[in-house]
Write a new protein. Structure first.
Length: 115
């Protein structure tokens, strides 16, 4: 499956979570927790962020934890010297969800449109 096709499949997977993640993103930003919310999607267990969606309860394929750029830096998932590069790629959280996807294919940052 080509990369574009995989992205479209993932985008369909995450549609059911869009409203909840959008609300969580707003809370993270409005409560001044971070201006850079990141949602970690995984299918197992992850010691990172705050679990907000459990796949067996939501009827989806993914568990999702709410996190932030700051936590990714603290846990050395994004190195300090790479923060500016990350920020150049980071999309407006009013228009996109930043989802860090951990799967059998590896780990990638993806941006899914809210509209």
């Amino acid at each position: 499956m080509a990369k574009a096709e995989k992205f479209l499949v993932l985008e369909q997977d995450f549609k059911i979570y869009k409203k909840a993640l959008s609300e969580a993103s707003e809370i993270i930003r409005n409560e001044n927790i971070s201006n850079y919310p990141i949602f970690a999607a995984h299918q197992g267990f992850l010691e990172m962020g705050i679990p907000i969606i459990k796949k067996n309860e939501a009827g989806g394929k993914w568990n999702i934890n709410a996190s932030t750029l700051e936590e990714f830096v603290t846990k050395n998932l994004i190195y300090n010297e790479k923060v500016n590069d990350f920020l150049k790629d980071y999309k407006d959280p009013d228009e996109f969800l930043c989802i860090f996807i951990l799967s059998e294919l590896g780990a990638t940052f993806n941006y899914f449109p809210l509209k």
